[in-house]
Write a protein that binds this ligand. Structure first.
Ligand code: THU
Length: 142
């Protein structure tokens, strides 16, 4: 069984593979899916700066391409230079696509491990979701 510490260590190993020559801000992420599989990712930057992508996004891509479950149970995020790296806004929306409000997000310190655990519901309240796409929230006021 994958422990939170396993997930942290996997995220840290992924961080070591980052391509971050512009920000020099290495980040790693590791997802535990509900079939027990683990998928990691690092940030990958591009000289045209906005074209790079985050560690969480790399990890999601690995999960999807692995072909198993796409439901995230928990995710660990670690940055070399930050005590507790929290997913950026874009990654919160991407993670929400494959998780629920109770999905746990472990914010880690590269030296010591998990510093704080929050939920997706806390990170992305009032999110734009599939119900929003169907206009569910607007029907009452229409
Ligand atoms: N970064 C991530 O990989 N994940 C986050 O949640 C925050 C930011 C990356 C993007 C960029 O390569 C570097 O950190 C500095 O923003």
């Amino acid at each position: 069984m994958t422990t939170i510490d396993d997930l942290f260590k996997t995220a840290k190993s992924a961080m070591a593979k980052c391509h971050a020559p512009y920000s020099r801000f290495p980040v790693g992420a590791a997802i535990l899916a509900d079939d027990g599989s683990v998928h990691s990712g690092c940030n990958i930057e591009v000289v045209s700066f906005p074209e790079g992508w985050c560690a969480e996004t790399s990890a999601i891509a690995h999960m999807v391409m692995a072909g198993g479950s796409r439901r995230i149970v928990e995710i660990a995020v670690v940055a070399e230079k930050l005590v507790a790296c929290s997913p950026c806004g874009g990654c919160r929306q991407r993670l929400a696509e494959f998780s629920g409000p109770d999905t746990r997000v472990h914010l880690c310190d590269a030296a010591t491990g998990v510093v704080e655990t929050v939920t997706m519901g806390e990170l992305l309240p009032h999110s734009f979701d599939t119900a929003s796409l169907d206009g569910a929230e607007n029907e009452a006021s229409a």
